[in-house]
Design a protein around this ligand. Structure first.
Ligand SMILES: C[S@@+](CC[C@H](N)C(=O)[O-])C[C@H]1O[C@@H](n2cnc3c(N)ncnc32)[C@H](O)[C@@H]1O
Length: 843
């Protein structure tokens, strides 16, 4: 993983902390009260604290750590010399932490992990140059921090709860903004404790390169960027700190095993992770409630929560990646190199090695990497330096598009590649525009010529430069794009991003992909994944499918022909735009894509389509009365509003007579037309594309649609009951397919899905089985009539994700739990330890 949160040194902001050692990094994210003055003794530092804690406790008691237990429950007795609360932990009187203390070790780990996670998720303001690391007091969450920052117009980056503390990374545009924020935050203590704000301290890699940094200051090239010499950029230290022998070890650590062994390895580790669900659901089950059947039965299947059906192999094992992001940097020998980093930047590794023998990378990608590397050798523009965050050339991304599925699936994935997009990432800060243009002209000429003279010639559809001026490696999706080679024949109007596209195919559908669009990296294995998810979802023409975290709409669109309607939810605007376009391109008319965070829009959308859980409860009660009276069995789940549900339900039943299994093609009556008439289904207009409601594109600019989109975004959508009635009765079968990001779904989303009685089936797809299991604990653990209020139990600070999920189930409104039915892994990432996990829940 590459670094995106490397903070620049900020001596003027928190000068006194600049001299801190490694230990002080940890102290900086501590939420303890302000550290005592460095000159003071124990008395003047925190006299009363010292008196209260004569032992100056530096480690948490294991009882506290494991169970969140207070001192009274501690088996060490009253005289336990370890801390039982975070408050009891203090830095030493001189303000530093004992580097060998558990506390220091824990903090170091937490900071590193939080930063690493942030690398995947962070959205930082492009212009923001300063960064701060905020250690939030216990009980503070990202949401609680946000309003303070938003009031100030400060770009809020991320706050993560991580093993007992919340670490927030906040970007500031000026020292003034930072100073204001500090004052505001300090005026808002939580539980009598201060928020501690410091600069995100230099990390170990920077210390490793200290000498280099010093010698590097003050010099600039003719292009206006600071150069970093090879010797400064990589060092002997790196070869020591990196345990990897080459790029192959770094990116494909399982490559030396046979593929069968790799699958077995993943099979076993997935099974172990699944067992956590059973253990935790058992523990979390309220005392008065019997354990669910599936927990009892788990004993018969070795502790698994359900049948684990093993791992589905990838149809292509080598060269499967359709997207390779090559770093630009210096090799251990000091050569300008385009390839992969040998290790973690935060561990001090910046060396880049060529992608030699990396079996997941296609030959085409390797050839382009080589061409770019050759081009860089004489270039006077400097390479991007991760150490001082300066330079010009940053990254090369090769994205490949495959021809339609009729092409035979073979182990030679290369033969199917028909389109290639090259994205060259640079940082143009301080660079002369004319010189830069000249350089780009040279580059595109070399790449075009290189592709043409290869034997056989390499596909090359488009070349684009992405100008990323921020320090994070993950460029925001709205970075300026400069097209160098525009695809032929694509006469699309719109933004540059709209014009620069390649195409890939999944399940006979054509997907048009813009440079920053998310697309699974292993197209053929993704097809298997989606087919599996669709099979398990048990879809038919009477299904309303919620595609939660839909990205570019791949899951919903590939399954659209098997369902009545798809509602996709996605927070990334450009992904939603892609989804809308892909629906158009494939003539799919029964999809709606809503741009918004699932935590904001899931609940309102369920209510919009199905009525609120309360309305549902009332409806099912009244329906059961009707049932009793008339023995009519066809009233399931329709929300009842003004009696309209009965008619609509009948109409739907008529439609449903010809219910078709998956695979049959249907001409769907969608509910969209009705919805459209009533101006409700307009959340999709956020996608910035023509929407597909009722087969009539609706302009994004429609005031009404924007209004509706907003309503959906802020969760205040309140459609009229007549429309609700029509929607609610459209579909008898409501299914959610969730394809969550690595962190899993937020508790609000889980709660919305679990408490809505119309969702009877849920297929969960995840690239991180740990977060899947955590979410599954919340979905499947029985609840009691009486929920516990969130007591702010301090124990959560040291809990695992499963432990936290157990805690949350206690405050889950009483609702029917889901039952885990089956699970299967799909290997999208051969030669690496990762795979996707699919799990079916029903109730
Ligand atoms: C693993 S990708 C899956 C995308 C898509 N299903 C696919 O297979 O191509 C997860 C998607 O969730 C989106 N996402 C992340 N957090 C989200 C949130 N809180 N609400 C909605 N979407 C979110 C990401 O932008 C990303 O597109």
């Amino acid at each position: 993983m590459e670094d995106v949160l490397t903070p620049p040194p900020q001596p003027e902001l928190v000068g006194e902390k600049r001299k801190r050692d490694e230990t002080s990094l940890d102290a900086s994210i501590e939420d303890a009260p302000a550290a005592p003055a460095s000159t003071g003794g124990a008395e003047d530092a925190a006299g009363s604290d010292v008196a209260r804690h004569p032992m100056w406790k530096t480690s948490l008691c294991s009882y506290f750590r494991r169970r969140g237990a207070g001192a009274e429950e501690c088996s060490h007795g009253e005289s336990c010399r370890y801390a039982h609360t975070e408050e009891e932990l203090r830095p030493r009187p001189d303000g530093t932490w004992d580097p060998t203390s558990d506390r220091a070790k824990k903090l170091r780990k937490v900071a590193a992990e939080a930063q690493e996670e942030a690398e995947e998720e962070v959205t930082v303001d492009e212009q923001s140059l300063e960064k701060c690391l905020v250690g939030l007091p216990m009980g503070w969450t990202a949401d609680r921090l946000k309003p303070f920052l938003q009031d100030q117009g400060i770009s809020y980056a991320i706050a993560k709860k991580k093993k007992g503390m919340t670490v927030g990374f906040v970007t500031f545009q000026s020292v003034e903004q930072l100073t204001n924020a500090v004052q505001i935050l300090k005026k808002n203590p939580s539980g009598g404790k201060e928020i501690k704000i410091v600069d995100a301290n230099r990390r170990s890699h920077q210390k490793a390169h200290d000498g280099a940094l010093v010698s590097n200051t003050g010099t600039t090239t003719e292009n206006g960027s600071s150069p970093t010499t090879p010797a400064e950029e990589t060092s002997v230290l790196e070869s020591v700190s990196s345990s990897k022998k080459g790029a192959r070890d770094a990116v494909t650590p399982l490559a030396n095993m046979t593929y069968i062994d790799q699958l077995e390895h993943k099979n076993q580790s997935m099974a172990q992770i699944l067992k956590k669900l059973t253990r935790n659901a058992r523990k979390a089950c309220p005392p008065a409630i019997p354990h669910p059947d599936w927990v009892f039965k788990s004993k018969e299947i070795g502790g698994l929560p359900c049948k684990f059906e093993g791992i589905l192999e990838s149809p292509v094992v080598n060269g499967y990646r359709n997207k390779c992001e090559f770093s630009v940097g210096y090799s251990l020998e000091g050569k300008k190199t385009v390839g992969f980093m040998l290790g973690n930047f935060r561990e001090g590794v910046t060396a880049v090695e060529e992608p030699v023998n990396c079996p997941n990378v296609s030959e085409i990608s390797c050839k382009y990497a080589q061409m770019f590397q050759d081009f860089l050798q004489p270039s006077s523009f400097p390479l991007w330096s991760r150490i001082d965050n300066s330079g010009f050339w940053r990254q090369l991304t090769v994205r490949e598009g495959r021809c339609p599925a009729e092409a035979v699936v073979s182990q030679n994935a290369e033969s199917q590649i028909s389109e290639v997009m090259l994205i060259v990432q640079v940082c143009s800060t301080g660079v002369d525009e004319a010189l830069m243009k000249e350089e780009f002209d040279k580059l595109s000429a070399i790449l075009i010529q290189g592709a043409a003279t290869c034997s056989p010639p390499l596909p090359l559809t488009t070349i684009v430069v992405q100008d990323h001026k921020g320090i994070s490696n993950a460029a925001p999706t709205d970075c300026p794009l400069i097209p160098l080679l525009v695809p032929k024949g694509d006469q699309l109007d719109g933004t540059t991003e709209d014009k620069i596209r390649i195409h890939d195919h999944i399940s006979n559908l054509k997907f048009s992909l813009s440079p920053t669009a998310f697309f699974q990296v292993n197209t053929l294995a993704a097809e298997r994944l989606y087919t599996l998810a669709g099979d398990w979802a048990n879809l038919n023409s009477d299904t309303l499918l919620f595609d939660v975290c839909c990205g570019t709409g791949t899951i919903g669109l590939t399954l659209a022909q098997h369902v009545g309607m798809v509602v996709g939810i996605e927070m990334n605007e450009s992904a939603v735009s892609n989804a809308c376009r892909n629906a158009l391109v494939n003539g799919i008319k029964n999809c709606r894509f809503v741009c918004g965070k699932a935590e904001d829009v899931m609940g309102p959308l369920l209510t919009e389509y199905l009525g609120s859980p309360q309305q549902q409860a009332a409806a099912s009660k009244s329906n059961s009365e009707i049932d009793d009276a008339s023995k009519n069995e066809d009233t399931i789940g329709c929300a009842s509003y003004d009696g309209e549900n009965i008619d609509s339900s009948k109409q739907r039943n008529d439609n449903a007579e010809g219910q078709q299994p998956m695979g049959a093609s249907v001409d769907h009556p969608t509910c969209a037309s009705e919805v459209d008439e009533n101006n409700v289904a307009s959340g999709e207009q956020n996608c910035g594309e023509a929407s597909l409601v009722n087969d009539k594109p609706i302009e994004t600019a429609s005031d009404n649609s924007l209004e509706q989109g907003k309503a959906c975004k802020d969760g205040s959508s309140s459609p009229n009951n007549n429309v609700l009635a029509a929607n609610a009765c459209q579909f008898k079968n409501v299914v959610a397919i969730v394809d969550s990001p690595r962190v899993g779904l937020r508790p609000t989303v889980i709660k919305a899905l679990r408490t809505h009685p119309r969702i009877r089936r849920l297929v969960y797809v995840s690239c991180n089985p740990d977060s899947l299991v955590a979410n599954a604990i919340e979905l499947c653990t029985p609840t009691s009539e009486k929920q516990e209020k969130n007591k702010g139990n301090r124990g959560w600070r040291s809990m695992s994700s499963a432990g936290l999920a157990r805690q949350r189930t206690k405050s889950m409104p009483n609702s029917e739990p889901f039952i885990p039915k089956r699970a299967m892994a799909v290997d999208l990432f051969p030669h690496t330890p990762h795979c996707e996990m699919v799990m079916l829940f029903e109730r």
